[in-house]
Design a protein around this ligand. Sequence first.
Ligand code: SF4
Ligand code: SF4
Length: 509
Amino acid sequence: MAAEFKTPEYRPFPTVPEMQPGAMSHLKPFVASEAVQTNIGFPGKLEEGWEGRAIDKMGELLGKYRSLKVFMDSCVHCGACTDKCHYFIGTNDPNNMPVARQELMRSVYRRYFTLPGKIFPKLVGAKDLTKDVLDQWYSYYWQCSECRRCSVFCPYGIDTAEVTMAARTIMDHIGQGQKYSNEILGKVHKIGNNLGLPGPALFNTLEGLEEDVKEDTGVDVRFPMDVKGAEVLLVTPSADFFAEPHIDSLIGYAKVFHAAGVSWTLSSYASEAGNFGLFNGSYEMMRKVAMRIRTAALELGVKRIIVGECGHAWRVAYAFWNTLAGIGAGANDPFAIELQKQLDPNCKQPTHICEYTWDLIQQGRLKFDKEANDHRIITFHDSCNVARGSRMGDSPGGQFEIPRNIIRAVANKYYDMSPETIREVTFCCGGGGGVLTDDLLELRVKGAFPRMEALNRLKEDHGVNFMATICAICKAQFTKVLPYYGFKMNNVGGVHQLVSTAIVLGNEH
Ligand code: SF4
Ligand code: SF4
């Protein structure tokens, strides 16, 4: 494996890393081309006067989002967040300390939006927004996965992810967008999914899956697409249609619906649960992506919307769909009202696939052969956006318990990783928040370090060989970085991959 950087080495006991100023200052993702930028309504490139436009946009965001203003004003530099970011732990670069990342924007905020900063900039650490400062923003705001781990430790609840989102929004609006994320947004708007897979390719994949499952199990498990009048619309990350190990979870969802005898469908128009509008901090973009799902739900006449294994998609669905697109409750335009009348009021709208499967398990409607998973010694990686940005079920902490309950229902061998690395303080996989691109591979490998350390401890203590997760980005990220740390690519997979292995369909598995 060719790598031009050094993979961090496991430590006997995790310690606060030594600082190496500027260690990651060389790393920047590719800037979006003019075509990519203008395709989604942003200026094509930096043009004269960008500084003024950036400050205007910052002022607009400060006026619109009170939290951002509070975050700019309230840090007391207590240091509680400094060693909590996986990117600081993995890269040693002090600019990857959450407080330093915030400071990149806060120093500019002071200069233009506070009286002392306007009068005595040097005294209060206020800075002009110069090209050098913008370059630092571009580098370090794209070295944050918006995972929100730091905010759990901040006594004021300052959320660096929101600061990062604001910085990215400002950069998009002056023509300094990131290629990877903005290209993906363009594909969703045009084709309906992040991967740009057209409808016929999706149909072919699903037909192929039906044949594969029939061959494996002898059972006719359907993978329906665009079926009007189906009870359930499943919206899932497009990686589930073709990537490994994602596709195994898609097979798991289909087997669950089959075993429960429920009619369901996918939509070729809304063939993406992921929503990169969140990563760019653009609520307008987030809404536009979410509206495709509302349109599909109305056209197909479904009674229920279920979301597949995708961390940030579930956060957007759980926290934003209602007010942004009227899925759930909250919006009151005619289409939202029509959708509310159409959806079943007895079901949670939207529902996570894990909530759905766990409900069926509790009702005794699914049967499992747990021994079928005996070759796996399993742990569970809590994905940031599920752990810290959403919930599942009816009790606090449901987002932690429900996936673990499912795993224990379908497999015999399960161990949790160290408590300081899971649940609400889980470490990011290192590839979330719009950094899952090969131009940021060094960041991704180094950012995965704390999670790899925790996994390695379980491997040494209990022989753990399978890390389950419910996020498409985590699956793609770990598949890529596990080999850097001495694991195999297939040591990661989905919760519904485990369900798929153990579920009993009639007399077959
Ligand atoms: S949100 Fe996550 S990635 Fe960003 S600074 Fe905080 S801990 Fe680091
Ligand atoms: S924990 Fe909060 S208050 Fe303390 S330095 Fe970090 S952001 Fe500032």
